[in-house]
Each structure stands twice: as C-alpha cells, then as structure tokens.
Design a protein. Structure first.
Length: 457
C-alpha cells in the first residue's frame, strides 16, 4: 500500500473515536455488522493482492438485467410480482439479474442490521410508476432480496447483487446516512453565491456523497458488502458508485492529511495548489494547479485500494463468488470521478493531459472478474457523431483498449431509445457483439415500454 492511501484493512485496531459513535447501545446490529467487517479485513490483509480467477470469471453474464430499488419497488413488493418478472426474464434469455441491495441514498432492500430499510423510506416516487412513501405501504418484514434470490435460482438465473457505495444521501428529501454523519460528507470546492468556497455534499447535486478516503466511511461501506455476502446465497457482487462524486471533491481535512502523507510534504495552498477558480468575462473558470495531476492519481489510488480490500474480503468468505463493478464508459473524462477502471500499465499519458504514470498504475480492472461499462449513448456507431468513443461501438472499443484480460460487459440505457424499438434492438445487439455481454438498464423501462420481446435472443 502506498504511503498516504488509507486502507481499512491496514488498521491493527479500530480508531478509538469510531466505535462509540457508530455503535451506541441502541444500534447493536450496526455494531455487529461493522465489527465483523473490521475483523475479517484484518485477517485477510496479510494475504496480499488478489486478482481475478477463472472460477469466478465463469459467471460473466451474457444478458444481465439491472433492477434499481426505487423504480421497481412496487412491482416487486410481493412474491407474485417477483415471479411474474422472472418468468418474463427467463423467457427473454436473461441469465443474470442485478438487484440493488443498497440504493444510492443508503436504503437497503433487505432487513439489514445497520442500514436503513427501504420500508422506512419517506421518499415517494414521482416518475412512472409513481407511489407514496414506502413507509406508508411497503409490507413490513418482506425481504425482497431473499425472494428474488429464491425465485431466480428456481429458474436457473444467477443473482449478482449491486451495492451502491459512497453515495449516501438524497438531497431533495434530505435523507440518508450523509445526513446522520456530517463528518463523513464529501467537501466540494465549488463556486457558490459567486464565490469559490468549500461546500458539503448535502448542498451539491442530487446525491450526497461521503468521503471515500475517510476510514470510517470505508469500514461502513465494506460492512454493507460483507453483510450481503455472509447472509445470502448470491452468485456475485457488483460495486456501483465506488468513486468520488466529481472532480470538485474531496477537500476535507481528512483528505488533506492523507494526501500530504502520500506526497511526503505539506500542501501550502489548499485547495488552490490542486486547482483554483479564475473569474473571466464568461464567468468562473477552473484552472489546474501544480498538484492537480498527483491529486487526480491519488484519488484513483484510494479507490484501487478499496477494491483490493473488498475483493480479498469477499473471496475470503466465498472464494467462487463473482466480484464485479459498474463504471461509466466515458474514460476520457472519468478522472472527474476519481477512478481508473482500466488495467494498470495501459499507456494513456500521451492521450490525456490529466493522466500520469501513477494514474496508469491505479487501474482496478484486474481486481474484478468482469467490468460492466455503461455505454450510455444515443449513438450506436462512431460515424454518427463526434467524439467517436461516445457511441456504443466506439465506447466498447475504447473499453477493450483500456482493459486487458478482464471481460467487459456493455450496458445500454433504455431511455435513450424510447419510441425507437428497432434502433434499441440494434443497440442491444451491437453492445453484446462488441463486448462479452449486454446489461439492460433498467427493468422498469423494459416493463414500461413493453420490450420483453425486444431484449430476447
């Protein structure tokens, strides 16, 4: 592990300031989950780096169907609804479903010991299909994840469970763990009220992210992953949002101290040595500072370190489990999210001015059994517009160039082809041909558009 990269598996004991706050007596379940994660990670740290193996890579999906929690909550709130959906999925040739065990604002689709449960959520759904706040109607005691696993396995369908990481709040309703733990919130350096300033994630964007570099955050997210792995007969785990919110975060004192340890010296002008804002006639312009590229690479190292720890922990519990990740396919701008989803050693410095040798070494691809890349573009072919990589075929080619040795599965966003069923069919076919498989995002749109016949063989 590089100096300055906080890795929870490297701790010899829990931080003294952590246990009293995260594990008060009234939350004994949370204490058990987090403590179990810490103990397991301490045990597996000595094992060293572990890369993907043939056994778990045999579980790469050919046709995967993503199931976002909130969009499909009502349809899957009964066993009968789950059965109807899975019967259609089986007929359409889906071999893997990807239900979210933890959504983008902290809530679990199963009775977690320490995560807030979806049945307690005060958030209604306004988009189709709409519903009132789940706390008013969701069946108490219903374990959606367990029902999905049972019914999928009966039909010979694998279940690779997605866990949303580091996104811990929905700002429009001010709910989620980021609101319970203000010290965890990512701190953004943005222009607000016509002045550059540090602003917490609860005041920036739709989702409130927590700081991926914070040791308590890392342990909490790891506990969420391991709770699912220990409790359920899943076939795989897919990490989603395992990244920073964007390039403006994180500028907390926790991250500053860690970055300074990484550099081996003080950062005298924080955050201006990373980047600054200059006022121009067109408004404010972000300008890179002398430490911009080292900081970009250091964030990627933080994410790589988390992936390495998570993989070791998951495979310590269940060695044959598929360990995967979802990432956005827009690699040329993905430094914004602080994660290098490529393979270490793939040369990109000559192509991208923000890249460095350390960035190239921080790739996560060999740490996963397959990489699900979002080819979320309305264009199918590169010649339909510029840049060429912002198309399904062009994005798939770029992913294959950035990733060596790890299977890539192409994701298609169905809303981009609404009202264009034949073009959608071609998009699915091209994504499947250009990569190892296709992921349909999302179940709710397959239902709304009546596209069950469209996604089939």
């Amino acid at each position: 592990m590089r100096p300055g990269v906080i890795c929870i598996s490297a701790w010899s004991s829990p931080p003294a300031r952590f246990a009293p706050r995260i594990a008060p007596a009234r939350h004994s379940g949370r204490a058990r989950g987090v403590l179990a994660a810490f103990l397991l990670l301490t045990l597996v740290h000595a094992a060293g780096p572990q890369y993907a193996g043939a056994a778990s890579r045999s579980r790469v999906p050919a046709r995967a169907l993503w199931i976002e929690v909130s969009a499909n909550l009502q349809a899957l709130s009964t066993r009968e609804g789950v059965r109807r959906m899975l019967d259609r999925a089986k007929q359409a040739g889906v071999d893997v479903i990807i239900p979210e065990a933890k959504n983008a604002w902290s809530y679990a689709s199963y009775p977690s010991d320490f995560l807030p449960r979806i049945g307690t959520s005060p958030v209604p759904r306004r988009d189709p299909p709409p519903y009132p706040p789940p706390r008013e109607w969701y069946p108490q005691g219903y374990d959606q994840l367990q029902v999905l696993i049972e019914e999928a396995h009966v039909r010979g369908i694998q279940v690779h469970v997605a866990v949303n990481l580091f996104s811990e709040g929905l700002n429009t309703f001010r709910v989620g763990r980021a609101y319970d733990r203000p010290e965890w919130r990512a701190l953004h350096y943005v222009v607000k009220d016509n002045e550059p300033r540090l602003v917490p994630s609860t005041e920036v964007g739709l989702f409130a992210f927590v700081n991926p570099n914070h040791p308590e955050v890392q342990l909490y997210e790891m506990a969420a992953i391991l709770e699912v792995v220990r409790r359920y007969r899943v076939d795989g785990i897919v990490l989603d949002r395992a990244r920073y919110p964007d390039v403006t975060a994180d500028f907390s004192e926790v991250s500053r101290a860690a970055f300074e340890r990484h550099l081996g010296r003080r950062v005298t002008r924080w955050p201006e040595d990373i980047f600054r804002y200059d006022r121009t006639s067109q408004g404010w312009t972000r300008m890179p500072g002398p430490l911009y590229r080292p900081w970009i690479a250091w964030r990627a190292r933080t994410i790589q370190s988390f992936f390495a720890s998570a993989r070791r922990a998951v495979h310590h519990l269940k060695p044959g489990l598929a360990f995967a990740a979802y990432v956005g396919g827009w690699y040329p701008t993905y430094f914004d999210e602080g994660a290098n989803w490529g393979s270490p050693g793939v040369p990109v410095r000559w192509r991208y001015p923000w890249a460095s040798l350390e960035w190239e070494e921080a790739g996560i691809a060999p740490l996963v059994d397959y990489l699900m890349v979002g080819l979320y573009y309305p264009r199918i072919f590169p010649w339909e517009g510029r840049p060429g990589w912002a198309s399904i075929i062009g994005g798939a080619a770029l992913a294959q160039e950035m990733v060596t040795g790890t299977p890539v599965v192409g994701g298609v966003l169905l809303t981009l082809f609404r009202g264009q069923p034949e073009r959608a069919r071609r998009a699915f076919l091209m994504a499947a041909r250009a990569t190892r498989g296709v992921m349909y995002f999302d179940l709710v749109y397959v239902d709304l558009y009546g596209w069950w016949g469209l996604i089939g063989p």
